[in-house]
Design a protein around this ligand. Structure first.
Ligand code: PDD
Length: 277
């Protein structure tokens, strides 16, 4: 497997980073995940823009222009066997003696890898998936795609332990997002979505779902929704670059509406699949 590290493409086993890297010591860096279908990086410009915004928020200078990133991503894609991939971009503040304050004169560590793209199974798409809920214990800058993911890791594991696919997060009883995904609800034919504020990651799939809704004249209400609204919704959806769009049919063991993927989900899934072609 070929990866990219600090200016070189090399085999994974030769890619090595110092234990003093601030990514390792402090989780001091940002990342991005880009799905690749048939060697085409999906919504690449949007992902690169969000990556640039994450780096700016961390006061890290972007090592490359979007055009340079795009060329590197294309090279990495071309060097893999699989045509469908998940590209991981990662920049940390670099290697320096341990000190919370930013080091002077240190160059960032730049890493990229490709993994096989694992998309939902046919059963998950047709039957929907189960989720649990938890209170959102993360910090106040969830809009940054930071590599420090301890809360997300713990929250996702709670879902796995419960035999569910994701943990839906509520901050003071208001829906934010999933541990590694965005969440939508449907009520009376209207798509309900949380706003892109500092309590959720602005999902690239989230934006696409809202674009597709607008194209097909489906009404959308952006707002703050209490857990009672979410639990009594007609439909619940989960979105991410790797989950695409899935229907959530149970939450904490209770069915959402009749416990089956809803009609608007089926339409949205069709629009999403057409868009991907
Ligand atoms: N996660 N919210 C969080 C906290 C996420 O980690 C993700 C993505 C999303 C969805 O964003 P997008 O539609 O751009 O993938 C929302 C990726 C897939 C991950 O960390 O593996």
């Amino acid at each position: 497997q070929t990866v990219y590290l600090n200016g070189e493409f090399l085999p994974l086993h030769q890619a090595q980073v110092s234990v003093l890297d601030r990514g390792f010591i402090f989780g001091d860096g940002a990342y991005e995940i880009i799905p690749v279908y048939s060697r085409h990086a999906f919504r690449l410009q949007q992902h690169l823009q969000r990556f640039a915004a994450s780096l700016t928020a961390l006061r890290l200078s972007n090592p490359y222009s979007n055009a340079q990133w795009a060329a590197l991503v294309q090279t990495l894609i071309a060097r893999q066997d699989e045509a469908d991939q998940s590209i991981y971009l990662h920049v940390t503040r670099g290697v320096a003696p341990r000190d919370h304050a930013f080091p002077a004169g240190v160059s960032p560590t730049v890493f990229m890898m490709s993994n096989p793209l694992i998309t939902p199974s046919a059963a998950q798409i047709s039957q929907g998936v189960s989720c649990i809920s938890a209170s959102d214990i993360r910090w106040d800058r969830c809009d940054i795609k930071a590599i420090a993911l301890l809360a997300n890791v713990l929250l996702r594991q709670q879902a796995v332990d419960a035999g569910a696919v994701e943990t839906i997060l509520f901050r003071d009883d208001i829906l934010t997002e999933g541990a590694a995904s965005n969440i939508f609800a449907v009520r009376n034919g209207v798509i309900l979505a949380p706003p892109k504020d500092q309590h959720m990651l602005p999902g690239i799939t989230y934006d696409l779902v809202l674009e597709l809704a607008a194209q097909h004249s489906v009404p959308v209400e952006i707002g703050y929704f209490a857990s009672s609204v979410i639990r009594s919704a007609d439909e619940l959806w989960i979105t991410s670059s790797t989950k695409e769009v899935l229907a959530i049919v149970t939450l904490d063991g209770q069915p959402i509406a009749n416990g089956q993927p809803g009609p608007l989900f089926k339409r949205m899934l069709g629009w999403y699949q057409d868009y991907k072609q």
